[in-house]
Design a protein around this ligand. Structure first.
Ligand SMILES: NC(=O)c1ccc[n+]([C@@H]2O[C@H](COP(=O)([O-])OP(=O)(O)OC[C@H]3O[C@@H](n4cnc5c(N)ncnc54)[C@H](OP(=O)(O)O)[C@@H]3O)[C@@H](O)[C@H]2O)c1
Length: 429
């Protein structure tokens, strides 16, 4: 039997929206309710934990910080309970908030596909995990809360030197980049590649992984202010796609185009990517960032992206000697494949060949600021969410310029006041 150490009830400062009393365990990967079974890890004391809940589709205000309480907690065989220390924010959650991510169950739902933490309890038949293990977790949704119950095989042991923030930044970005580069596009010495959103989570992961192969030329698109950083990180030719035509820029340097294009944008950019491929080249489509233009859903951008969608004639493929592939981690259900890839990534981390770039860390109560940072295209690397309540007077931990930081802190504080007022008003109505 295990004693679970529960966090004290939330303080005033956290301003949880409301208390929910649930009978089932904290949601796991599927987001589906847990059946109560014969579990070795049971605790009579109710378990309270903070959870970020998407309450409907729309803007930042749709994500509420709630406190959930479970009267009893029972782990099924093969499950572990993890106290979460850090979670990753992904572009998929910007889409999810707008109702555009099909792998997310409908609201109310807790988003979050990845995180890191410490195992606090294990169920029956869990052989290779124990209480106290520091683990990375990869699930379909439900990670943005203080505790999660997940299947033990969705956890990965963290190397000693890895921080919780780094652990939370690895799975989605690095597994995606690794599989696209090595399993699908087969990147090899001397090849060239175009990486869009090269200063983002996946972009930096892909750039680092390209450095593990000799003599790979990386063309990377990003906002101009990020070019110095991505050049230091291994992008051979940074391109400012916001002021220049990236196709022209690539062709100026490499008239024949590139061997690989990673396309997270969709719409007209997929056709451009295909055209940029050299014979025997490979295009991998893995996102539709073009549908997102701001906080709220933009029907025009969605229609434009859909209208310009790349359509494929297989005869044309043959005649051009090109390959097109698609990648979606959310649809990859082969757990063994994911585990093997994580093992390779952990090895690369230990060898110092990959290292997540953490852009900024925000506490759960600052989730709107975290999402705003991505929407406004300011992040360089990964944005992290911390379940730990924000301490009074604490500055956001960010790579932002000092001036920007102060401004952001003030505006965040003001916005929070507005949001809090709005919530009270809404409740009164
Ligand atoms: N299929 C999969 O399994 C999979 C897995 C992970 C990620 N993805 C996709 O990969 C892409 C990158 O994801 P990520 O989580 O690593 O995010 P990210 O790259 O960190 O996203 C934010 C950055 O993207 C750039 N950007 C380009 N278009 C944007 C837009 N419409 N709105 C906001 N920012 C935009 C901005 O930087 P710059 O202006 O500097 O470029 C921004 O700072 C997304 O399309 C995501 O859906 C797919």
């Amino acid at each position: 039997t295990f004693r679970l150490t529960f966090q004290p009830a939330p303080t005033q400062q956290q301003q949880p929206e409301q208390e929910k009393v649930l009978d089932e365990a904290p949601p796991a990967a599927s987001g589906a309710p847990k059946e109560s079974g014969s579990s070795p890890a049971a605790e009579e004391k109710p378990l309270s934990y903070r959870s970020l809940v998407l309450t409907g589709y729309g803007g930042y205000d749709k994500i509420k910080l709630q406190v959930k309480t479970h009267n009893k907690l029972q782990l099924k065989a093969g499950e572990v309970l993890v106290r979460v220390k850090a979670c990753g924010l992904n572009f998929a959650e910007l889409l999810g908030r707008q109702g555009l991510y099909e792998r997310l169950p409908p609201p109310p739902v807790t988003m979050g596909m990845e995180g890191s933490g410490v195992i606090e309890a294990v169920g029956d038949n869990v052989e290779d995990r124990k209480v106290g293990d520091r683990v990375i977790v990869l699930i379909r949704c439900g990670m943005w809360q203080e505790v999660v119950v997940v299947s033990a095989d969705q956890t990965f042991l963290m190397p000693e030197q890895m921080s919780f923030e780094e652990g939370a930044a690895i799975p989605v970005n690095y597994i995606s980049a690794y599989m696209m580069l090595f399993d699908m596009a087969n990147v090899r010495p001397g090849k060239s590649i175009l990486i869009h959103m090269a200063a983002g989570g996946v972009g930096i992961a892909a750039t680092q992984l390209c450095q593990t192969v000799q003599d790979v030329t990386v063309f990377g698109t990003a906002s101009a202010s990020k070019h110095e950083t991505i050049a230091q990180g291994g992008v051979t030719h940074p391109i400012d796609y916001r002021t220049k035509d990236y196709v022209e820029e690539v062709r100026k340097i490499s008239p024949n185009g590139v061997d690989i294009v990673l396309d997270p944008l969709s719409g007209s950019d997929t056709q451009k990517g295909f055209n940029l491929l050299k014979p025997m080249g490979t295009l991998i489509v893995f996102g539709a960032a073009n549908v997102v233009t701001g906080q709220r859903r933009n029907l025009l951008a969605m229609a434009k992206t859909w209208y310009n969608q790349f359509t494929l004639n297989t005869l044309k493929l043959m005649q051009t000697n090109k390959a097109v592939g698609g990648f979606h981690l959310g649809h990859l259900t082969d757990q063994q494949l994911i585990t093997k890839t994580m093992e390779k990534l952990m090895e690369l981390y230990k060898q110092g060949k990959i290292k997540p770039c953490i852009d900024s860390c925000y506490h759960f109560e600052e989730v709107a600021d975290a999402m705003r940072r991505m929407h406004e295209r300011k992040n360089i690397g990964k944005v992290i969410l911390l379940p730990e309540p924000k301490k009074k007077e604490e500055e956001p931990k960010s790579n932002a310029e000092p001036g920007e930081k102060v401004e952001k802190t003030e505006s965040a504080a003001n916005k929070k006041k507005e949001e809090a007022t709005e919530e009270v008003k809404a409740e009164k109505d």
